[in-house]
Design a protein. Sequence first.
Length: 148
Amino acid sequence: MDKDKKRKQDRAYYLAHRTQILNRVSQYQKDEAGKIRKYQRDYAAKKRREDPDWKEKRDAYFRDYYRRTIAARLIYRAKQKGTLQELCRTAAHHALRNGKLIRPNQCDACGKSCQPQMHHRNYNNPLKVIWLCSLCHGVLHSLNSVSS
């Protein structure tokens, strides 16, 4: 049997029995939780013995992966269902809520102590924002609309 035919057959089986398969996997994860955690601990210990900086490298890899792929995912979603601006704004608000972005206590432009607003200069970098007070934000947008 060639690979494509086998892949299609396996996919059809999965789709027909999806709920049973997912229930079986979920039950296995519950029943064998201790065994799975032990395997993960042993794996991490082995990796740390081989390379003491393994955890930092792993964390850096996933951070970089997230940063590299978020713009591509947002562009794809924008083409599918909404504007890039809306999706970028949503991603930034999720990052703010989840702690990936930290709101400072002052405006980046004038230094005024306030609760600044997010401003995106480039919608391809949704987590790269500048924090502006409402006055500076309004001035920036009015300058952008005049120059357009």
